[in-house]
Design a protein around this ligand. Sequence first.
Ligand SMILES: C[S@@+](CC[C@H](N)C(=O)[O-])C[C@H]1O[C@@H](n2cnc3c(N)ncnc32)[C@H](O)[C@@H]1O
Length: 256
Amino acid sequence: MNLSPRFWPIFFEVYEHLPRQGPGTRASTAKALKMCRGLPSAPAICDLGCGIGAQTLDLAELTSGTITAIDLHAPFIQNLQTKVERRGLADRVKAQVGDMSQPDFPPGAFDLIWSEGALYNIAIREALHVCRGLLRPGGYLAFTDAVWRKANPPPAIKAGFDQDYPTMGRVQDVLGTIVETGFELVGHFTLPDEAWWTNFYTPMEERIEELCAQYAQDDEATAICNQLAEEPRLHRQYGAYYAYEFFVTRWTGACA
Ligand SMILES: C[S@@+](CC[C@H](N)C(=O)[O-])C[C@H]1O[C@@H](n2cnc3c(N)ncnc32)[C@H](O)[C@@H]1O
């Protein structure tokens, strides 16, 4: 589909104002972290595709570790950096613009890699290869990913995902990729429905409404706002067909 040149600026006018840039909850982050048993007392953590850092800040509170958080979109990183400074976390949390497909860190630099809703951007298999190179043997990788929950999704929802995430699979497909890339599965669980709404789709719908009012005289911007409003609307209607799954894995150190 050909996107208007105004699509991305308006997309970011929405997403930069949200508490999170994808589904998630602090409780899910805490649950996944608890599954990473035997981490050092102050683990070296990397958060890939951190957005404005909702889970980065949760990890900073839930551990005594150091966290390097990277994202491609500079305004997200500036937003996180401001919060890090305000909360006095600058000695433990470093936010930097970076591309997770070409991370600029030494091999084995991290005890734990975290990524909520972001690895799919570079394809899960490729992302697991990248993470392997960054983890010390025995280190953990915890990530969330969208998965199909039912076969034969209705065309409206299938078309939406075909555009954003054409290779999206089922839980079993991701588990297969985890094992094939030399990770062992520690566990996995489905994010609750609340993870989609409280800090993501509810504020998104509110923000889109604000922008619709602001752009009331601007047909092109209004059409883009309506396009963005489709995602939460479709989730309300077809959310049973797909889920966000948290996968907690461990790098065995074996080459795969
Ligand atoms: C769905 S959002 C999730 C953000 C955040 N983890 C959260 O759950 O709120 C995906 C994030 O990945 C970032 N991203 C996409 N491709 C990336 C890449 N190659 N390297 C780093 N970040 C990337 C986007 O800018 C976006 O912030």
